[in-house]
Design a protein around this ligand. Sequence first.
Ligand code: B16
Ligand code: MG
Length: 216
Amino acid sequence: KEKAFIFDLDGVIVDTAKYHFLAWRNLANSLGFEFTEAHNELLKGVSRVESLEILLKIGNVELTDDEKQTLLVKKNTEYLQYVNKMTADEILPGINELLNFLDQNTIKYALGSASKNAPLILEKVGLLNRFTAIVDGNDVSKAKPDPEVFLIGAQKLNTKPEDCIVVEDAIAGVEAANAANMLSIGIGDAEVLKEADYILSNTTGFTKDFIQKILN
Ligand code: B16
Ligand code: MG
């Protein structure tokens, strides 16, 4: 049967979490509170607007909608300064090999990301034209763990949800994949991602044997 892959972006294709962290931390500091790496974990896979809400709760800060809007722009402007310096060197280990393998075996793949900056990031690392379809934060009305982003991806790939394999690093993303009735592969901590069908500790886990196993 024809299978297809849907990849999350941040934490799977590239590690942009470190840049999100720097921008969110500076924002928190400017509001007068600390923002740690542990706090940053809570923002993985979460939309920009929802991320700000979580951050403001951590700092116990209440703001008007206008003030929030200003901060969202400020955060994204700083984040984009980091993104604009990205190169192909930042593609996570094993991913180029995996995409090459999928191309050689004419297995289609799409992007399913919460990020509104996804096309720019893919362009920066030279992967923009590799994906059959790109579904990102501009295309969805319901964020992960809602399955919408992956269901649109399956549609664009012309593949049934049950034949799609999702690669995700965030709990919300694994939940979204499971809710979409897709095979979920979690990248990261096995305890955190225990709901995933398969768990790899990092992106180097995509050996030929493992790919064959999940394709069958
Ligand atoms: P943006 P993913 C997510 O990307 C990030 O994990 C999350 O931390 C970020 O807030 C979200 O994108 C929105 O990003 O501000 O660029 O629209 O993991 O779904 O690829
Ligand atoms: Mg992610």
